[in-house]
Design a binder for this molecule. Structure first.
Ligand code: HEC
Length: 268
């Protein structure tokens, strides 16, 4: 009996030490307990060594005992295994698919919409160009279509104003401002501020300045993006003066106070 107690005490000490070491090494908790359990199992084996040997059995009795032993083992293993969380690969694949499917559908739909918008914008740009060429070439139709032409001050009223705003909207699509800016709930991808209330914060000239020189103004709360120069500094090379005016004139009409367009801070 004394021997058994000695072995149990040693087993507990070893188990405790293993538990402490694995804990210090930041093993997962389940592993800490597993090491402890192994120590206890080892102890049990050592204790069994001291047990008095069984009387030998033979014949049918031995066979019966063996079968019962196997049944007990099987029950223990199956019951134990079914207690653990089950990972069926097909199940897991199904779960992942469920998460990915809407995302995939969303990006595909987004792409299709983007392409459609671009095709539409190009079509409108072609029409606008055709109209401009007609206006330039046709002296017999004086000035009717020359929206924002040299010397014509942009006005936001009347027929020319309507054209100007139309060109501005086309420019929004053509220059792909929507890639970074949400407007009317479309576009954005959260890279730049929503611009639905920009008309209450900036004038046409201010917006023009921002487009031609993105360093001229900084949206409050977008300090990091401003410093990194997220808004491209390329429109002064890509856009005609009157297109910039048209775009700014169109943007200034957005005065939706329910959208939190950040306050522009003058930098230059
Ligand atoms: C690649 C992304 C990107 C594109 C494309 C882009 N911008 Fe920006 N824009 C930003 C970011 C980021 C900010 C905020 C930081 C800053 O002010 O520079 C910003 C700020 C602005 C602001 C100031 C908003 C405020 O509340 O102060 C205006 C106006 C603006 N952009 C207009 C435009 C227009 C018009 C176009 C298209 C010609 C355009 N942006 C294209 C990223 C972009």
């Amino acid at each position: 009996m004394g021997n058994v107690i000695k072995k149990v005490v040693i087993g507990l000490i070893v188990g405790g030490a293993l538990f402490g070491i694995t804990r210090a090494l930041e093993f997962p908790t389940v592993f800490q307990w597993m090491f402890f359990a192994y120590a206890i199992l080892g102890t049990a084996v050592f204790v069994l060594l001291d047990a008095p040997s069984l009387k030998p059995v033979g014949g049918v009795k031995a066979l019966g005992a063996l079968v019962v032993f196997y049944i007990v083992l099987c029950v223990v293993y199956i019951a134990g295994a079914s207690l653990w969380p089950q990972y069926d690969p097909e199940d897991e694949k199904g779960k992942i698919e469920k998460i990915l499917k809407p995302k995939r559908a969303a990006t595909e739909q987004g792409k299709a919409e983007e392409l459609l918008a671009r095709a539409k914008a190009l079509d409108e740009q072609a029409k606008a160009l055709a109209a401009r060429i007609k206006a330039l070439g046709g002296d017999q139709a004086p000035g009717a279509q020359a929206a924002g032409g040299a010397g014509t001050p942009p006005s936001t009223t009347g027929a020319a104003g309507g054209d100007l705003l139309k060109i501005g909207e086309d420019q929004w699509q053509l220059q792909e401002c929507y890639n970074c800016h949400k407007l009317r709930g479309e576009g954005g991808k959260k890279r730049g501020p929503e611009l639905d209330n920009i008309g209450n914060l900036l004038t046409v000239d201010d917006i023009k300045q921002k487009i031609l020189d993105p360093k001229s103004w900084m949206a409050e709360g977008f300090e990091k993006e401003y410093e990194k120069g997220k808004m491209p500094d390329k429109y002064k090379d890509l856009m005609e003066e009157q297109d910039v005016v048209a775009l700014a004139s169109w943007l200034v009409t957005f005065k939706n106070t329910s959208v939190n367009t950040p306050k522009p801070i003058k930098k230059k």
